[in-house]
Write a protein that binds this ligand. Sequence first.
Ligand SMILES: Nc1ncnc2c1ncn2[C@@H]1O[C@H](COP(=O)(O)OP(=O)(O)OP(=O)(O)O)[C@@H](O)[C@H]1O
Length: 315
Amino acid sequence: MMDPIIQLQDLSKCYGSKKAVDQLSLDIYKGEIFGLLGPNGAGKTTTILMMLGLTDPTSGSAFVCGYNATSNPISVKRKVGYMPDSLGFYDNMTAQENLSYIARLNGIPEKEIGKRTAELMEIVGLSSVSNKKTSTFSRGMKQRLGLADVLIKQPDVIILDEPTLGIDPSGVKEFLTLIKRLSKEQELTVLLSSHHLHHVQQVCDRVGIFVGGKLLAHGNIDALSGSLFNSEGLIVSIQLAADIPQIWPFKQELEQWESIKQIRVNDSTVDFECKQDITPALVRFFVEKGYDILGVHQKKYGLDDIYEKYFEDIN
Ligand SMILES: Nc1ncnc2c1ncn2[C@@H]1O[C@H](COP(=O)(O)OP(=O)(O)OP(=O)(O)O)[C@@H](O)[C@H]1O
C-alpha cells in the first residue's frame, strides 16, 4: 500500500488537565475525501491545528505530505490549503481582486496571477460574477471563493472546516459535487469537518468519529455500519400478499442458507437478517414457491445510525 499523505501517531493535546485530543492515530491517503465528525468540543479543530503546525502537540506526531507539522510548519503550509468555518473577504473589492490579493500573499508571480485566478474562477463557477464586489455575494458564493483562495497555491491537501454551514440545499449539493470532482480530477486529498451527517455521507470515502478527544471509529460507511451493527447486518424485508401461517414449512429451509442469520415472520412480512445482500435470491425463492410479493425493502445503516449508536454507547 502507498504511504499515507497524512500520518498522525499517538497525537495528544492537553490544555491543563483537559485532554482535547487523546492518543490519536490515523492515516489518510492521497486522493481520499475524509470526514471528521463529532460534536462540539470533540477535538476536531485542535487536531486540524496540530496538522497545520499552528499548535504543538503535547505528545505524538503529525506528518503531512512527508513533513513533521511541528518542526516544519512552513513546508506543511505550502502544501496544505485550509478553509476555516468563518471566511473573511475585503467587501469593497471584487471577487477577482480578493483572489489576486491571496495569490500575491502566496508568492505567485505577478505575470501568472491573471491566468491562474481566471482558471480558478471557472473551476469554482464564479467566472460570471468575478467582477462583482464580494459584499454582494451569498454565503454559498463566498464559500466557493474561499475554495478558490485555498486552491490558488495548488495544494496537495485541503482542509475544510464546516464548509457547508449556512448554505442552502442546492448550494450544498453544488459545493459537494465540486469537491468530489476536484478530488478525483486532481487527486486532491480533502479533509472536511462537519456536523451535517448526510452531507458527509454524500461525499466522503471514509469518516472518523471523534468524541471527547478520542477517535472512536474510522472507516468507510459500510465497514463502520458492518462492525457497529454486527449483530444485525443488512435487513431485507419482504412483504407478501397473504399472511404466513404460524408454522411455516419454508422457514426451516431458509434457515439453512449460509447468508441468512435470522428470520422474523410478522403476519405477511418476513424480515431477513443477512450477512450480505441476497435480495434477488430471496425474491426468486418466494416467486418459485408461488407467493405474490407486494414489496421488497432493504434497511441499510447510514451515518446517522452509526453516529447515534456511538452516542448512545457513551452517554
Ligand atoms: N486554547 C484552548 N484552551 C483551552 N481549552 C481549549 C482550547 N482550545 C480547545 N480547548 C478545549 O479542547 C476541547 C476540544 O476543542 P476543539 O475546538 O478541538 O473541538 P471541536 O471538535 O473542534 O469542536 P467545535 O466543533 O465546537 O469546534 C474542548 O473541550 C475545548 O474547550
